[in-house]
Design a protein around this ligand. Structure first.
Ligand code: ADP
Ligand code: MG
Length: 760
């Protein structure tokens, strides 16, 4: 088998993404590799595919437990035997993993770096054939980076101690020149193949919103994107808590995460988010390392982060699946103050004295670069890419600034009047009083304070309040003014020296969103290629995925990504061959889930016989319609003969799916449609036994009072990995009623498809 076949068989993809092919080929010809590729570029496959083709085992060093668990789940789902060893396992469990690995059961084994030192591990390593050592998140090796992990320094000793040197491959998304050199040197890579793909994440839409009303913005945004999963990053725990309360109060399902919570609560929050139980996560930057959730559709920064490296890493958690996603930074002058405060109070106790100055300078520089990002009126994407060393000539056309028009007004004279007013106020009042005074407002409060007698009272009455607000925020940014950070925030004089120079200008940038027709740059979502029917199908496949995810105790995206479900909705596969054509459906997943998805697609197509799911196919509509009608004429709704009914094997309690299987098994009628679980559920609903209810934003199936009295039970089940979920089970009495319902031609009469009746 070659690399491409491996990719198709296990991962269900037809072609490699940029860089993957090159890396895999290098590894297979036994070269070391250092790959720097952005988040979502598909680094995992670069070592997982060759791991399948190399003779021995591949050891993957990964920094975080959650990351390992996620990857191992995904691999096992794809039909690749993989395991991990870390502190989340008991000694007995670890012993089992070693035993299995020694038997050659695993192609890939994940370990935490600290484990490499242990006696058990080195003994184990001496006894297996290790083909490759892969270092994931390799930037953790560098003391320059923010994620430095001392354990990573042990890797090279481990490799040196092996009886035979394996291929060494290293992967990271963030590597400046220094970090790159560090990785190659510290790992002692041997003439490595260096692969650097561009930093750009084309599917991400970047925007900066200068607003003080951040809460309103967030609420509005979430209301406009109710189906989307996203992360909101805040600078402080306090912000996390208050935003969390705000969202919860507004009826939005959110989870929160910060270092002030205990481990257990953090874990629950994280899982609620990963398993799509709560769509929104509000968190500090403590959250996110090791989150491979692929369908994060937006990342909003409630506060400005401290550096571009942080920002790009956090924002980059959006859209790993390549679907269009949004990264929005909410910015106000206050953010700069918060960050300066944080820097001033940074803990330097562990840092050698002589380094402190250097670090301080570096931090300040980073902050300035971030500030520049928030204030630039040119292309945001280019600003980021240029910072990481990628030169761009043309604006991207798909970021907030490319969609916006800016005008700059010179407000230097106005600025001087503002200064005079603040001077007269002696730094005692907040923004509203200052603005009211300058605008000459007729307010009782101003009279009370006596600002109506100021020389500056009304001097800017020809300006609008919003213009003045813009001016003041600009002056805060420029440092001419400053605002205290306490509850009764007042405006004080900053450094006004530069304003005395006649060459200094205070320019205020006013922006206006361009007309919608200019907004062509915003990437189209792949759901845009679905027709309405296609979208409905996509929704029902998502429901099915959620149901399976609950049963299996897996995050939904590990079953299939959104991208895969969209492709499935477009192709509407009716059989094995066509579902294997769907991107992201490999053999193992087909075996586990294929039939259920085919069934769901078929059920949908039978219910909507004229449906065309893909926009591209709409012009072919007529032929498709004709075909499906021909097919339809042949099939009758499900029914049973009396003799069939007698073959039903009754059981104390059955699941709907078991009743369905029994029914399909016993029918002797030819040319009838298969019956689906949903049909039976609909029937039970009509009988008044069950209903769907909204609980915690999810649709759940429950028995009614009547259903309870008929003996329908809700049974808790435990999935393979220990999650509990509830299913409804139906007693014999109810099973009999269902069977009787389908005996004779009752099925036809209940059918709402009138043409079918005519056909009989
Ligand atoms: P990274 O580690 O570089 O951030 P991942 O390895 O987690 O990225 O991959 C990101 C996503 O891209 C995953 O959903 C993965 O299944 C998908 N992917 C990887 N390679 C391909 C490919 N060749 N074709 C389509 N999708 C791919
Ligand atoms: Mg990765």
């Amino acid at each position: 088998m070659d690399a491409r076949e491996t990719l198709k068989l296990y991962f269900g993809y037809d072609s490699f993404k940029p860089g993957q092919d090159e890396i895999i080929r290098a590894i297979l010809s036994e070269e070391d590799v250092l790959a720097i590729m952005p988040t979502g570029a598909g680094k995992s496959i670069c070592y997982q595919v060759p791991a399948m083709l190399l003779s021995g085992i591949t050891i993957v060093i990964s920094p975080l437990i959650s990351l390992m668990q996620d990857q191992v789940k995904a691999l096992n789902e794809a039909g690749i035997h993989a395991g991990y060893i870390n502190s989340s396992l008991t000694e007995t469990q670890i012993a089992k993993v070693y035993a299995k690995a020694l038997e050659g059961k695993y192609k890939i084994l994940y370990v935490a770096p600290e484990r490499l030192e242990s006696y058990e591990f080195t003994t184990f390593a001496g006894r297996v054939d290790i083909s490759m050592v892969t270092v994931d998140e390799a930037h953790c090796i560098s003391q320059w980076g923010q994620d430095f992990r001392p354990g990573y320094l042990k890797i090279v000793d481990f490799i040196d101690g092996l009886p035979q040197r394996p291929i060494v491959s290293a992967f990271t998304a963030t590597a400046t020149e220094e970090v790159k050199t560090d990785i190659a040197c510290v790992l002692k890579l041997q003439d490595p193949k260096l692969v650097v793909t561009g930093f750009d994440r084309e599917n991400l839409y970047f925007d900066v919103e200068a607003t003080k009303r951040k809460d309103d913005y967030v609420l509005e945004y979430i209301r406009k994107h109710p189906d989307d999963s996203g992360i909101i990053y805040c600078a402080t725990r306090k912000n996390v808590d208050s935003l969390f309360e705000l969202l919860s109060g507004a009826g939005i399902f959110a989870a929160r995460y910060h270092a002030g919570m205990n481990n257990e609560d953090r874990k629950i929050s994280q899982n609620d988010f990963i398993y799509d139980r709560t769509p929104v996560m509000v968190a500090t930057n403590a959250f996110g390392m090791g989150i491979d959730k692929s369908n994060v559709r937006f990342v909003i920064h409630y506060n400005m982060p401290q550096s571009m490296e942080n920002y790009y890493q956090e924002a980059g958690r959006a859209g790993r699946d390549g679907e269009p996603s949004e990264c929005i930074l909410l910015f106000s002058a206050q953010d700069i103050m918060i960050n300066k405060f944080l820097l001033d109070h940074k803990d330097f106790t562990e840092i050698p004295y002589e380094d402190i100055d250097l670090i301080r300078q570096r931090d300040t520089k980073r902050l300035q670069i971030m500030e520049g990002y928030c204030r630039t009126s040119s292309c945001l994407r280019n600003y980021i890419l240029e910072y990481f060393g990628e030169k761009r000539d043309v604006p991207c056309g798909s970021c907030g600034n490319c969609h916006r028009e800016f005008t700059e007004i010179d407000m230097t004279e106005d600025a001087k009047l503002v200064i005079n007013c603040v001077w007269e106020a002696k730094g005692r009042y907040g923004l509203n009083i200052i603005l009211g005074t300058l605008l000459g407002a007729n307010r009782a409060r101003l009279k009370e304070l006596g600002t109506v007698d100021y020389r500056t009272y009304g001097v800017l009455k020809n300006r609008s309040e919003s213009e003045l607000r813009l001016l003041v925020s600009q002056m805060l940014l420029d440092g001419y003014l400053y605002q205290t950070a306490d509850k009764y925030s007042v405006i004080r004089m900053g450094n006004i020296e530069p304003l005395k120079d006649p060459n200094t200008h205070v320019m205020v940038r006013a922006s206006r969103d361009r007309e919608p027709e200019h907004q062509t740059g915003r990437s189209r979502k792949s759901t845009d290629s679905l027709t309405r029917a296609g979208y409905e199908l996509f929704e029902s496949l998502r429901q099915l995925r959620l149901m399976i995810a609950r049963e299996e105790g897996l995050p939904p995206y590990i079953i299939f990504s959104d991208k895969t479900l969209i492709d499935m909705s477009i192709k509407a596969p009716a059989d094995k061959q066509s579902i294997l054509d769907v991107s992201g459906v490999g053999e193992a997943k087909y075996k586990k889930y294929g039939e259920r998805f085919i069934e769901a697609v078929t059920a949908f197509m039978e219910e909507h016989p004229d449906a065309v799911t893909s926009i591209k196919d709409e012009d072919k509509h007529d032929t498709v319609k004709a075909k499906s009608q021909v097919k339809k004429k042949h099939k009758l709704p499900f029914y049973l003969n009396q003799e069939d009914a007698d073959k039903f094997e009754y059981h104390d309690l059955y699941l709907v799916s078991e009743i369905k299987d029994e029914l399909n098994r016993i029918t002797s009628a030819e040319n009838v449609k298969h019956i689906f679980g949903t049909d039976i559920f609909k029937l039970l609903t009509r009988m008044g036994y069950v209903e769907e209810r909204q609980v915690d934003g999810r649709t759940v199936q429950v028995q009614t009072e009547l259903g309870l009295s008929r003996g329908i039970e809700a049974v808790e089940k435990i999935s393979k990995i220990g999650n509990t979920y509830t299913v409804l089970m139906y007693p014999q009495e109810v099973q009999k009623e269902i069977v009787e319902h389908y005996v004779g031609n009752v099925g036809y009469l209940e059918s709402d498809e009138s043409d079918e009746k005519n056909a009989i």
